[in-house]
Design a binder for this molecule. Structure first.
Ligand code: HPA
Length: 244
């Protein structure tokens, strides 16, 4: 294996498959959402972190994204895969599928969004034209395809503030803006990873039609699709780590 990987798990994954009890990793921006623990995929150990904390108590706008990314870096990670559950805005794919987005639009506000947050340091303006590592995206897609998982190549992830879900009119607006997926947790995580010099890609887990798009309540869709999407995600990750 050429790189050391970190995984940030989102909703519904806290504590999943851990192989040790984890360790508290203090960073310049405080403590991350929970312990950094190891999870083995075959014989590959990966540093993992539950984005919303072990008991899923931290809402998207209160996650300490800076500490999460820096804790994984401190543990040794060189590349991070973010698992993010999303709703699908456009007709690009369906609930139960996975996607590896190629772009994002950030609608969040008031989050601690940069590690360059001092009046005394250098001002660094990262190039964020392409927010994700192309190589990592390619490898994730190849892994999903190889195990027969439906995984959409590309698309635009709109990041909303939450924790409430969107109105139907807000989703219409996101679609006019060019969004294909909507979720609450990709930013500022992806930008902070770039600032920290880490590769980053998002494996989006599509669990519902976005507000106003489906013919059933959003929570019913999430409940109906989560288990299958979770299996697809695990198969994809196993194939990914077997190949890298
Ligand atoms: N909107 C925002 N975040 C989400 C959604 C959604 O429809 N589904 C999963 N995370």
């Amino acid at each position: 294996m050429t790189k050391i990987y970190g995984l940030i798990f989102g909703s519904g994954w806290a504590g999943f498959g851990r192989d040790d009890s984890g360790s508290e990793v203090e960073t310049a921006f405080g403590l991350p959402s929970g312990p950094v623990y190891r999870m083995c995929f075959g014989d590959v150990g990966v540093f993992c972190l539950a984005r919303h904390g072990d008991a899923h108590t931290i809402p998207p706008h209160l996650v300490n994204y800076r500490a999460n990314v820096l804790a994984l870096k401190k543990a040794g990670a060189e590349a991070i895969i973010g698992l993010n559950t999303v709703g699908v805005v456009s007709g690009l794919c369906k609930p139960g599928d996975l996607a590896v987005p190629s772009q994002l639009i950030d609608y969040t506000w008031g989050r601690q969004h940069t590690i360059y947050d001092s009046r005394r340091g250098n001002v660094i303006h990262i190039d964020f034209t392409s927010p994700f590592s192309e190589a990592l995206c390619k490898d994730l897609l190849a892994a999903a395809t190889g195990v027969g998982v439906a995984c959409h190549d590309g698309g635009v992830y709109a990041v909303t503030q939450g924790p409430r879900l969107e109105t139907a009119a807000e989703i219409d607006r996101l679609e006019r803006d060019g969004a294909d997926f909507v979720g609450m947790t990709l930013m500022p995580e992806a930008a902070i990873a770039r600032e920290a010099g880490l590769e980053y890609a998002c494996l989006a887990i599509v669990v519902n039609e976005a507000a106003g798009r489906g013919d059933r309540p959003i929570h019913a869709a999430v409940d109906a699709n989560t288990a299958a999407a979770r299996n697809a995600t695990m198969s994809t990750l196993e194939a990914f780590f077997a190949a890298v």
